[in-house]
Design a binder for this molecule. Sequence first.
Ligand code: FES
Ligand SMILES: [Fe+2]
Length: 384
Amino acid sequence: MLSIEDNAKYTEVGPGTPGGELHRRYWYPIAASIDVATNEIIPIRLLGEDLVLYRNGKGVLGLVQRRCPHRSLSLQYGWTEDEGIRCAYHGWAFNNEGQCFSQPYEDTAGEGTFKDRVKITAYPVQEVGGLAWTYLGPEPRPELPRWDILERPGVDRRIQWTVLPCNWLQIAENTLDPVHVEWLHVNQANVIATREGREPPMPAFKHLKVDFDIFEYGIYKRRLVEGDPEDSTDWTVGHPFIFPSTLAQENMFQWRVPIDDTHTLHFIYSVTPGSGVVTSDEFPYHDEEGQLLNEFVSQQDFVAWLGQGEVAPRNLELAGRSDRGILMFRQMLRDAIQAVEDGKDPIGVIRDPARNPIYILNEGASPHTTRLLGGGISLSGLPA
Ligand code: FES
Ligand SMILES: [Fe+2]
């Protein structure tokens, strides 16, 4: 249980808020690279800031504030040039660093120096692993953590993304919640199948023990379920949660990117043996009538996250033994916010380029993963 004040502190992501300042210490993916063609402009909202992502005429991505500083036309209605982006209203143009380099009428009628004093907010963009990444925090910027999955050779990459109308924290907390798998994914699917006259798709199982270990990037969660040996990798290794919001498995990562306090961009990034093909597709959470979908493992998770409300009311919750990982995570969140307030780097911020690329130990083809994969419930073709 959290106080109303702490719940706000941990969930708010806008500029100047404690949580927002914390998120501004990490690189976040914002789009699949292939979804931003040369000369394309896409409106983006990230950590409560309205921005445009574009690929200039030279093929380089830029990310700048959406509002033109002249008289506020959205730059999404402008066009790109070799050096940057130009506003459609009166032609002011800005390079990828946000510096104004052209003000047509001012340049004609004045001394041509006004533009030197006009700079808009611009953020760095890097393309790694088929994703465009950005960092909204103070300089010097940290290293972009290049998790091994991003650079693994000999694989195809599938990028699935969903904009979910809920706060990032309830999604992150789900990753520290092993027991939900037994109910949300297995028992629920079996109940539905039975009611529809189908064979239950998976053998039910029961969690006997769950445990959690803090490591340098976050928390490992481990589980032992009935019938599995004590030396199963679910129990001896588990799989990592990377602070502040990433689920990491051997061949699949999920990045949860706060758009604002009540929206999150959710990426499911998976690799399979292949020749370097990258695809990007939207993974729906509702049907044409707006009804929540509940067919795949990920959609069951979406229902759980959205069903807690836009921002889960943690002041009302009754945490039990199964929630120990979530409580550890909240302590980590508290410490990380404090670190930022003390002018220090929070957990997982990397400054040393030699740390990249980063390989983290994973449970691999554990009994749990194998059970879900073989259980007839697909995560849109992916593991849970
Ligand atoms: S509003 Fe953008 S140039 Fe005038
Ligand atoms: Fe789940």
